[in-house]
Design a binder for this molecule. Structure first.
Ligand SMILES: Cc1cc2nc3c(=O)[nH]c(=O)nc-3n(C[C@H](O)[C@H](O)[C@H](O)COP(=O)(O)OP(=O)(O)OC[C@H]3O[C@@H](n4cnc5c(N)ncnc54)[C@H](O)[C@@H]3O)c2cc1C
Length: 406
């Protein structure tokens, strides 16, 4: 591929795309506002399509060896103890399983691959706009001119034509050491809810590096307008609230000594009608962001990167390639953004009706055929057949053999 490509953002989408394109022969430069590339946040679940993209990069094995296999998503409403979420990947033959990883572990693997592929990195480059094939930076600098500009700047991208709608609820997150004993399922995301106003969760995320301790992502749902009050109140008062909802999390709470041990993530929802606009092509959260309730954002970012790289490889004309990329991703993005928009208030909102429906109607119904199969397909990221949409758009002879089993 004989092209100069500029990518704004060194996150999941930016690094994966940069590696695909550099390996295909493009000259790729990434720009990130951070002083050095670094991951933000705690941990996340990679679903089978996301792992298939990593497999296409030859990076699935190192990520899986650091991460934790996830077979089940499980949640109970309190104080009733009713099971209101119980999704097992095994309910759908062939659905595979999730791999939960420390963000730092995923980032480290992606960064190493990008550097090895010859991607140039320009840190301390706070992108503020684009003009005539160049990135513009907040300090007044301009980049060199590129044949293609990619926006992988994430949820708050200044290049996205519309701002995301800030959701009422976000969450406090921390990566904490996995406790001794068997109080928690090492292969399940577990949550406890009180209505939809309170939620505490534990996700095993494996290790940051080979030989380092196993960890969990620990999270607590919080309204963004309640964050200042949370910070001002004693940490022990909050710990008492969390412990009352799920007493078994005491070993995690014991590892938290100050408010600064937790990071507050605000969530926003946005789906661009089209991923190509104003001389820029959008990938990842800049194209579609949402709450992490369905755990699909990083997977969708990886699928975007794969689709765009494939489209650019197959189509000699850039406009054709961008149109093909938009077609490959449209259905999957719309389905999951809609599902996330519908599901989020069931688990994070002030509604009094939705949690009652969840606990009394949806919870029991979710155990009846074919709901377990549909929920497994939804969580596994399989609805809309995202990989087939990418594969179907190119000649079968171009398929690397490793994809056939993905
Ligand atoms: C708390 C939380 C939990 C999540 N859990 C899951 C999960 O379980 N499964 C899942 O699949 N997804 C999950 N997600 C979503 C997932 O993290 C995102 O969808 C994914 O990281 C998006 O990748 P991206 O590359 O588009 O953006 P990011 O990974 O956010 O990367 C954006 C990059 O752009 C840089 N940047 C931003 N603005 C500028 C600027 N102006 N100039 C230069 N650089 C800039 C940033 O420094 C960053 O490096 C979760 C998200 C959150 C917040």
């Amino acid at each position: 591929m004989n092209a100069d490509i500029g990518i704004g953002g060194c996150g999941v989408a930016g690094l994966a795309l940069a590696t695909f394109l550099a390996r295909a022969g493009a000259r790729v430069t990434t720009f990130d506002k951070l002083a050095a590339p670094a991951p933000l946040g705690s941990g996340l679940i990679l679903q089978p399509p996301g792992m298939a993209v990593l497999s296409a990069l030859g990076l699935d094995a190192p990520v899986a060896s650091l991460g934790a296999r996830i077979d089940r998503l499980f949640g109970r409403a309190q104080p009733s103890g009713h099971v209101v979420l119980d999704v097992r990947y095994a309910a759908l033959p062939g659905a595979g399983h999730g791999v939960a990883v420390h963000r730092g572990a995923l980032f480290g693997v992606l960064l190493e691959a990008a550097l090895a592929a010859g991607v140039r990195m320009e840190p301390r480059s706070d992108v503020s706009g684009v003009d005539d094939g160049r990135f513009l930076f907040a300090d007044g600098r301009r980049s060199a001119r590129f044949d293609l500009l990619v926006d992988a700047l994430g949820v708050r991208s200044p290049l996205a034509p519309t701002a995301g709608k800030l959701l009422d609820y976000g969450a406090l997150w921390a990566s904490l050491d996995w406790p001794a004993g068997d109080a928690f399922d090492a292969h399940a995301l577990e949550q406890r809810y009180e209505r939809a106003r309170r939620m505490v969760g534990v996700l095993p995320i494996g290790a940051l590096a080979q030989g380092s301790p196993r960890q969990a992502a620990f999270f607590w749902s919080l309204r963004h307008d309640a964050f200042a009050a949370w910070r001002a109140a004693p940490l022990d008062a909050w710990k008492a609230d969390v412990g009352a909802l799920w007493p078994q999390v005491a070993p995690f709470l014991a590892q938290l000594h100050s408010h600064d041990d937790l990071v507050f993530a605000r969530y926003a929802h946005r789906t661009l009608a089209h991923p190509v606009a104003r001389e820029v092509v959008h990938v990842g959260d800049s194209y579609h962001c949402t709450s992490p309730q369905l755990g699909q954002g990083a997977n969708m970012a990886l699928l975007d990167a794969y689709a765009l790289a494939e489209a650019l490889r197959v189509h000699a004309d850039c406009a054709d390639a961008l149109a093909a990329y938009a077609r490959m991703r449209r259905l999957h993005v719309r389905l999951y953004q809609t599902a996330s928009w519908l599901f989020t208030p069931v688990y994070q909102s002030d509604s009094t009706v939705l949690p009652v429906l969840r606990d009394r109607v949806a919870g029991p119904l979710s155990k009846v055929w074919p709901a377990p199969q549909i929920l497994a397909a939804l969580v596994a990221g399989a609805i809309g057949a995202p990989l087939a949409a990418i594969r179907g758009a190119r000649a079968p002879a171009m398929l690397p053999s490793s994809h056939a089993a993905a």
